[in-house]
Design a protein. Sequence first.
Length: 324
Amino acid sequence: SSGINAEYGGSAATEFNRGYDLAVCYIQIKYSMKLVLVKSLWGVETNDEPVMIRKAFKRLHDEGFKAIENPVVFFNVLKNHKDLSFQLREEYKLEYIAQIHTCGYPISSRKVEDHVQSFLELVREAKTWNPTFINSHSGHDSWSIEQHVQFFKECLRIEKEEGIKIVHETQRMRSFYNPWITYQILKQVPEIKINADLSHWVVVASRIFEDKYDDDWKDILKFVAERTHLIHARVGYAQGIQVSDPSAPEYLNELLAHESWWDEIIQSMKNRGLDTVYLEPEFAPLPFCQTLPHTNVFVVDLWKVNTWVAHRQKQRLAEIFGIN
């Protein structure tokens, strides 16, 4: 500014600096990313009672969650209270992610055509909940690459025709159940959008992926990251889908590994110009959560675990990426 002052004088310099500051502020606003913490309603105890649903919505809002994910059919805690859910979403300004499962859960068919028809029907049902987008458990793990590709080409057609954004989860039992198959499919249908729940891959492969042992992992993660629009922030370990408590020091290695993968995904989101990071802690109830023998009592408070993950990631991402 000293050069500007010397050349143009005080008032001109002041106007120039003011314009420069506004331009910088505009650029920062235009290209900044926001974090939307998503609360999974899977496992949230409501006893199908409106008063319990209201309490759950208030609590998740007060803890900083800006969206919810809820299945359309299975595990839908809002199925008998659809109007109330719309009212509460408006009251607390919550986005909504609808979750669907082609051919149900457990999966009722291995036929590609059945999964295509199920996908279409479920997408149309999900749209009645007015979601921001849909997260789909898609396909079947037994298919050939050709069958996977056939199915996902139909998914893309349906997504376009129905006019709703759809992501497909990296999920056991499903098409994207392991990283190598997922990579092969995505290379042939690169337009597919991903919900990255990498804990599933950890337990399928029985290991935390490391470059020195998995020399293709870096390329696979990059390819998947470039297509990811939602992160399910669960921490898996070599012999299980989720650690009991990610804050425990004995699981620090697993936690840091998953966080490094999420960071790469978020950097890709930033590079692609996405304005929102949707991040969802999804530590889940039975059969995912460990229990005390002979009791079915969870060894942890799942709500508190998911909130701990949410707050930790919010702080980390603010420090690393400047995301609020």
